[in-house]
Design a protein around this ligand. Structure first.
Ligand code: ATP
Ligand code: MG
Length: 424
């Protein structure tokens, strides 16, 4: 094994067994998104660094230490996107998608953050994101929550996730709260760990996320952001809680839930799980009513969320919800000797044309029937076709363990019958 040429730390390959699962999840999401009137937007992976600085906030972890920024040949500072809400807002302003129009958009793709790699936290990771523009009422937050719950239900993972919500008011209110929190934590400085001490001056709100049990204990006595939040925002939050309760949507209020990006306001939410270790947030989002204006667009209410696909995959895999079926081959075609290879190619093409949805493999080298049967478990195949000679073809139904000689004229009818039988 050559250890010299390895992928960059925190950046992974996703291999075929996993990509099958990714595609399945994507298909499920896309169908539900269409159902709710969302359209896809494709955005560049690189943007000007000043764009992210303007939107995410100078004091955040992302801007402070996680950006992949460098200069291009024209000496322009550019950055591999750490998230895509910013690009999405830039795009809708630039392309005039929001003047007197509402928008429901989704995107999917890799994000880059220079973080400390660990299980569930990578330097290249994938987000499936939803962004909505022009919806002022809280109905949109509610609809986003219902929609994401539909995703979980369709994947069969609802019971492994909990929804946490909070209202974080305005940035100015968070700044006032931040000062109070800092003063409170300073009285406990000797009990804080090194990470918290570093965060205390720079960004004390991050301490609320601390996984350290002692710090969590201290935080129980800390002031709560909700007490600094304006009445309008609190009323809105109350209404959202009532709506969720009326529709029997389970949720927990977490007054310590604060997003790591500056642009959020009022409602924020996160889905967490206990099944993938400490990096447990699978999906996060909220309102960001000031961002469009901050990026010099028209005053436009907005709300959105992002699902961390890598963590979602970890969860599905840890629950063993992914069955072997997904990598099965429907038909595997073999032939007995070189002289009938062309015949085998011809037949495979005919079968593929007739059954475009089935997965059909043709073995390019001739094989002995005995070796095929010895390795049958390796192929995860439903039907084996063995072309013995021009006219003698064996069809072996692996599931029913039935072998028969068939005529090349009725191959398609035989296959149809077998697959009809399985799908009934
Ligand atoms: P965290 O608190 O886990 O760092 P965050 O607040 O930075 O998350 P967001 O920027 O809101 O997260 O991203 C939304 C989702 O994207 C997260 O809930 C998570 O599932 C996923 N995510 C964020 N950073 C990473 C990463 N470095 N590796 C893998 N997934 C990530
Ligand atoms: Mg983060």
């Amino acid at each position: 094994m050559n250890y010299f040429f390895q992928s960059i730390k925190g950046m992974h390959d996703y291999l075929p067994e996993q990509t099958i699962l990714w595609n399945k999840i994507e298909d499920i999401f896309k169908k539900i998104l269409h159902n709710y009137g969302y359209c896809e937007i494709k955005l560049p992976i690189l943007e000007k660094t000043i764009l992210f600085k303007a939107s995410i906030g100078e004091m955040t972890d992302i801007i402070g230490k996680e950006m992949y920024s460098f200069h291009d040949k024209n000496n322009l500072s550019i950055t591999l996107r750490p998230e895509a809400t910013t690009s999405c807002v830039r795009s809708i302003i630039q392309n005039k998608l929001i003047y007197h129009k509402k928008q429901k958009l989704w995107y999917y793709g890799p994000m880059f953050r220079y973080e400390r790699p660990q299980k569930g936290r990578y330097r290249q990771f994938y987000q499936f994101g939803l962004e909505t523009f022009g919806f002022f009422e809280l109905d949109i937050e509610f609809e986003l929550i219902i929609l994401v719950n539909k995703f979980w239900k369709a994947l069969g993972i609802s019971r492994f996730l909990t929804l946490e919500i909070n209202s974080i008011g305005l940035l100015s209110e968070r700044n006032a709260y931040q000062m109070e929190l800092r003063n409170f934590l300073k009285t406990y400085e000797s009990y804080l760990d090194n990470i918290c001490i570093r965060q205390l001056n720079k960004n004390p709100l991050r301490i609320l996320d601390s996984k350290n049990k002692n710090i969590q204990k201290i935080l129980l006595k800390a002031p709560n952001l909700i007490d600094f939040v304006n009445t309008k925002s609190r009323l809105r939050f109350e209404k959202l809680c009532n709506l969720l309760s009326n529709f029997n949507i389970p949720y927990t209020i977490n007054y310590k839930l604060i997003r790591g990006l500056d642009y959020y306001n009022d409602t924020v939410f996160e889905w967490k799980t206990n099944y993938i270790g400490s990096q447990n947030a699978i999906c996060a989002g909220g309102r960001y009513d000031t961002l469009v204006k901050r990026l010099l667009g028209p005053d436009t209410p907005a709300a959105g969320l992002a699902i961390g696909m890598d963590r979602l995959i970890l969860l599905i895999q840890s629950l063993n919800l992914f069955s072997q079926k997904n990598i099965e081959t429907d038909i595997h075609i073999f032939f007995s000797n070189k002289s009938i290879k062309n015949r085998a190619i011809f037949l495979s093409e005919e079968i593929r044309n007739e059954f475009p949805k089935l997965k059909i493999l043709l073995e390019f080298q001739s094989k002995k029937i005995n070796t095929i049967f010895k390795n049958i478990k390796k192929y995860f195949t439903k039907i084996i076709l063995f072309i013995q000679s021009e006219n003698i073809i064996y069809l072996y139904d692996v599931i029913c363990k039935k072998n028969q000689i068939i005529n090349s004229n009725n191959i398609n009818i035989m296959i149809k019958n077998i697959f009809n039988f399985y799908t009934k």
